[in-house]
Design a protein around this ligand. Sequence first.
Ligand code: SF4
Ligand code: FES
Length: 234
Amino acid sequence: MRITFKILRCNPNQEGATPAYKEYPVNTHPGMTVLDALNEIKWQQDGTLTYRRSCRSGICGSCAMQIHGFNALACERQVEPMGKKTIVLDPLPGFKVLKDLAVDMEPFYENLARIRPYLINDNPPPDRERLQSPEEFKWIEDPVSCILCSSCTSSCPSFWFNQNYLGPAAMLKAYRYVFDTRDQGAAERLEVLDSKQGLWRCHTIFNCMDACPKRIKITQGIAYLKRKAVAEKY
Ligand code: SF4
Ligand code: FES
């Protein structure tokens, strides 16, 4: 198939440059992903095209972008099954564009850091790992598969209007530790979550779940955190 990729080109560092779509035709083959097509465009047609990628296997989370109106991973989305003659690619919404499809992820990582995304446990570590039962692990089995691609946060209207809002990815990471039986930092995380920029700005719009490439039940996790915050603090 021959598919045209219509890509929003934008270089805020270049004086006078305005964002504009540029079209690139690509001869596709079965199994070709959007990332394969971007690589072909960059390597064969236009070396100035900028985007992020690393693992090519849906693990590193760096190739998230808006693919024909929906946030998705470029390395996972195959082009031919989309059934389009033209595929439109935009940078993730809600973030400042650095160049073309690469956005400034600083607000995302700053929000993540606020919930302290690591195990907090002051007990001396045992000789071997800190164990959990399979039943205990079930509580966090879903969120541990998050690859921090930011597709969820970037699809959230509350985040579009306020980048200080923690956003779904950071709150899901908080859930992952608050409901981890080995962690002791729930109280301090709930302080951050139960704030103007936290849980209560989630209006259960569900965009985040539609955007998540790992099909994580993000909104359910946020709902559990809301319940826990109310039960423990009020
Ligand atoms: S919850 Fe899903 S969409 Fe959000 S950062 Fe994690 S993997 Fe990406
Ligand atoms: S390149 Fe790593 S998730 Fe797509």
